[in-house]
Design a protein around this ligand. Sequence first.
Ligand code: NDP
Length: 461
Amino acid sequence: MSSHYDLVVIGAGSGGVRAARMASTYGAKVAIIEEYRLGGTCVIRGCVPKKLFVLASRFPEQFDVAQSFGWSFGEPKFDWATLLANKNKEIDRLENIYGNILDGAKVETIRDRGVVTGPNSVRLAKAQQELTADRILVATGGRPFVPNIPGAEMGITSNEAFHLEKLPKRILVNGGGYIAVEFAGIFAGLGVETTLLYRGDQILRGFDADVREIVAEQMKARGVEIKLNSEITRMDRCASGNIDVSFSTDEVVDFGEVMFATGRVPNIEGLGLEKADVNLNAGRAIHVDAYSQTSCPSVYAVGDITNRVALTPVAIREGAAFAETVYNNNPTAVDHSIIPTAVFSEPEIGTVGLTEHDAGSSHAKINVYISTFRPMQNTLTARPEKMMFKLITDGETDKVLGVHIVGPTSGEMIQMVGIAVSMGATKADFDRTIAVHPTAAEELVTLKSPTYQLENGIRLA
Ligand code: NDP
């Protein structure tokens, strides 16, 4: 192992790997240091295994619907151990691919813990060796945050949820964000009695109000108990081995597992950032400029460690922009303003652009178009679930400001809609597009007159 590099990357997750391979492709001598597994949160214990679990959890509904289409079969049975083993195999395969990609790009992969010891030096904790580099990129991501509650150590986070030996009979999921709603859907779909506990008035703070309401309603219809305006005050192990959870509402209920999905914090501890005078911001994330450069000119940071927008594709884009800027002489800043995103809850959410509330507060006039209907696959069944399409436009320029979809495949749809919205499409552009029939997505181009309008944030009659 040679010890001087053009670039040393700490953390082989989505952002770090993309930056390392691009920098190397542009001719830099690059090492990437990873203490755990290659691929980071997304591949190892985030998006990818989560989506596999989501897919597994959706089969019971499909079995139900299939019968209305004439299918019959014996009682379906689910085996958690099989899902876990197959998931692990797939994650191993993906991790190998990450390793091959790095090797193929001639990036040196070092399996160790990297600690910054100065603006141009990183110490390998296990090998006890010092590396020097013209630049250091910190891409160490984040980890689950667990509130300081007596007994909280008995709970699990998403990290452990991917390795549970068996599914509990009853689970409490604490939190009302992405991870909480996704895991509540997974557990409920797999037959676990699931309670979602959120401290506020409605889950999914920050999402459009109609999305929040329809998702909460349909989660309840699918058997998830949603407890609002309540918090955990303590947790105690009871004689049965379950956990007695005391709530701020004075109730005590026992659960087989308690999962905290109460946010994530940047992984900065023990990284030695103070040795390079790297400034942090209020959320104890690394403060960076538009080009991901920190207060120390030779140190850069991308991904969740910077807490800009904690999404894998954003980290990848930031990693690529860093390499482009520094190693290809092409200054590139990531535009964080329009980011399409999906939540793989049940029902699924796809969203891009402004919520009605934000559009109403930032624009003098807005038009709101809403369409709700039963998706075709439910029309032969008694299932009541509906889809929702909501389009928000600027009343003065006709520009589409926000699109919010709830229901099957909305994550797939929003990727395409995101292209149009980021190009600045108007409602007239949507309307001019010929519908694809019969699909749910055609709703986007067939919305006629506004459902209602807002002027200066006030809804017109
Ligand atoms: P979120 O920030 O989305 O949600 C955290 C939730 O925990 C909020 O409901 C918050 O409440 C609540 N909370 C925070 N602190 C406490 C506390 N002390 N006591 C009780 N409740 C608390 O974080 P997640 O962990 O769900 O996800 C982290 C990030 O990962 C997301 O923001 C997202 O960017 C990304 N992600 C993306 C996915 C996707 O793209 N599909 C999937 C999973 C994660 P409040 O709203 O009141 O603050």
